[in-house]
Design a binder for this molecule. Structure first.
Ligand SMILES: Nc1ncnc2c1ncn2[C@@H]1O[C@H](COP(=O)(O)OP(=O)(O)OP(=O)(O)O)[C@@H](O)[C@H]1O
Ligand SMILES: [Mg+2]
Length: 332
């Protein structure tokens, strides 16, 4: 275990609801490995269609569910065997932003209370005056004026203001990592770019890493350094985000990329390939490549699960089309 790893998923499998008849239950994630560096802040996108295991990955990283197999490790320590001090540090250093962040907060709490509670819990301020100052600074960092939002209740704020308050709340805690599950999907397009820019600034100005979970490759491309493509709980392709999106190698990634709406409205849905939904259930037979039933390149060997191979542009691809390239040069 290297000390320079912040969050490390080590061969993690998560199955839900196994019983005697169906011992594996629903396999939401299978044998997933992913390291987030402690030295170099980065934005890692997790993409894939509905049911591919994205939220499950987020919940595993936040210690909301315990893996069925494998380990999730924070700074060298398994999330499920931490001392109380380690757990406390982890709870402050790893923050979450969910799709509708205010849904989890009490609607009768003002913005002030929402921001002051974590400061108290983690003893971040000496007194009220300092707490107020930190609060105002955090709001300023996300482009909000304190006078505009303090004292208000969630329903008195716009969606974009709420999202930014949640980012401000994360900032107060000075986390090392933010796990953001579809953070902009509820926000209209005009505000989306703004929040995405803020998330990028977290990396560049505050050294915070981001696990950015999305079904939207266009925004993943916009802000991410690295991308992992999930298909029914398995990583099918991983690599530099721009490389994977501009030169997708796995037939499933190619299908996803071809579905990105074009910026030119006249061409918006040109070339779009509809993804049939019948294969999306995470249950059932998990032998072989899970994409082979939909794959235009299917070969007899696809009945056996492929290893990881090197794609033509440096990414890692779990597909026999790249077998002659051999193993990827670097472990992802
Ligand atoms: N608590 C649970 N109990 C049983 N099955 C679950 C549970 N949580 C997730 N699953 C199943 O695991 C699979 C992956 O779900 P997950 O929520 O991780 O997908 P997702 O990629 O986040 O999808 P979406 O894009 O729709 O949010 C799905 O088949 C889902 O039904
Ligand atoms: Mg989800």
């Amino acid at each position: 275990m290297s000390a320079d790893t912040l969050l490390d998923f080590q061969n993690v499998t998560m199955a839900f609801g196994g019983n005697k008849r169906n011992p594996d239950g629903v396999v939401a994630l299978e044998d997933l490995s992913l390291s987030i560096s402690a030295d170099e802040p980065s934005i890692i996108a997790i993409a894939g269609e509905s049911g591919s295991g994205k939220t499950t990955l987020a919940r595993l990283g936040l210690a909301m569910v315990k893996p069925t197999a494998g380990r999730v490790v924070y700074k060298g320590q398994d999330l499920w065997s931490m001392s109380s001090q380690q757990r406390r540090d982890y709870r402050r250093e790893v923050q979450a932003i969910f799709q509708d962040p205010f849904a989890v907060y009490n609607p009768f709490y003002t913005v002030d209370r929402l921001l002051l509670t974590p400061m108290r819990a983690f003893k971040l301020a000496r007194d009220r005056k300092q707490a107020r100052k930190l609060m105002e600074e955090a709001l300023e960092k996300v482009g909000l004026r304190a006078a505009e939002v303090l004292g208000r209740y969630p329903h008195q704020l716009s969606g974009g203001q709420r999202q930014r308050i949640v980012v401000a709340r994360s900032l107060l805690l000075q986390p090392k990592l933010i796990v953001a599950d579809e953070p902009v999907s509820m926000i209209d397009a005009s505000l989306r770019a703004n929040i995405l820019t803020k998330l990028k600034q977290l990396r560049d100005e505050f050294g915070i890493s981001l696990l950015y979970i999305t079904h939207d490759l266009a925004t993943a491309h916009q802000i991410s350094d690295k991308i992992l493509i999930l298909y029914r709980g398995r990583v099918v392709e991983v690599g530099d985000a721009t490389t994977v999106i501009q030169h997708p190698q796995h037939p499933y990634t190619q299908l996803l990329v071809s579905s990105i709406p074009r910026p030119d409205p006249a061409k918006t849905w040109e070339g779009r390939v509809e993804i049939p939904l019948e294969e999306l259930s995470a249950g059932g037979d998990r032998a072989g490549c899970l994409f082979r039933h939909r794959c235009p390149h299917v070969m007899p060997e696809c009945a056996k699960t492929p290893d990881d191979y090197a794609g033509a542009y440096g990414q890692t691809v779990a597909c026999y089309l790249y077998r002659e390239n051999g193993a990827p040069a670097t472990a992802q």
